[in-house]
Design a protein around this ligand. Sequence first.
Ligand SMILES: Nc1nc2c(ncn2[C@@H]2O[C@H](COP(=O)(O)OP(=O)(O)O)[C@@H](O)[C@H]2O)c(=O)[nH]1
Ligand SMILES: [Mg+2]
Length: 222
Amino acid sequence: MRVIELHKSVTDSNDRDAEILRQQLESRGILLINLMSSAGSGKTTLLERTITDLKDKVNIAVLEADIDASVDAERIEALGAQSVQVHTDGMCHMDAGMTAEGLKAMDLENTDIAFLENIGNLICPAEYATGASRNVMILSIPEGDDKPLKYPLMFEESDVLLITKTDTKPYFRFDMEKCVERVRFLNPDIKIYPVSAKTGEGMEEWEKWLMEQSAIIKGKVK
Ligand SMILES: Nc1nc2c(ncn2[C@@H]2O[C@H](COP(=O)(O)OP(=O)(O)O)[C@@H](O)[C@H]2O)c(=O)[nH]1
Ligand SMILES: [Mg+2]
């Protein structure tokens, strides 16, 4: 497993860099997904389950971003999937330059879907384009249904919201209807999938969406 130390991107034209990276990846039929959420909401667990469920259908690789440590990349490699760990030099988000740098360390030749597991927090990652074709975010039941009110930008920027850890619903006061209403107010087009990576509940719909997006990207390659 490779570990890359990253530093702040030298260019300040992040949106342009992101667009270039997105086009480069899409021209190779690679779907890059920027996965964002707070720390501990279940990003790595969701990826583990998704990789396991889809391993006979698509090749998934994961770029793991953290300030330090490599535990998440080790979890992904343990499944036999490709993973590269990047350390962000204290920064709380990934930008397009950093993502491109991390992807260079990967063998993308046989990759259909690459995930960027972004740094865990609901604020900074939403402010920087990464070059991903789709933004996916997680809100877990224990975090509470008020998070769209407190951190609107990430909900506005995401194509999909996964409401995870649905198996813990009996133990928390989480109003699903209220949460969905708050999210839709911010972003009427967002797809919302309640899932549990522990029990597998709802995973099929999420994985169906993922496969469809991969097909759309591959369909663009002439
Ligand atoms: N009950 C339950 N726990 C989960 C689920 N998904 C993740 N977890 C737990 O949540 C904690 C954080 O998960 P992790 O995937 O490391 O979160 P990350 O920091 O967002 O990558 C771990 O203790 C997981 O076992 C789930 O669907 N249900
Ligand atoms: Mg993680």
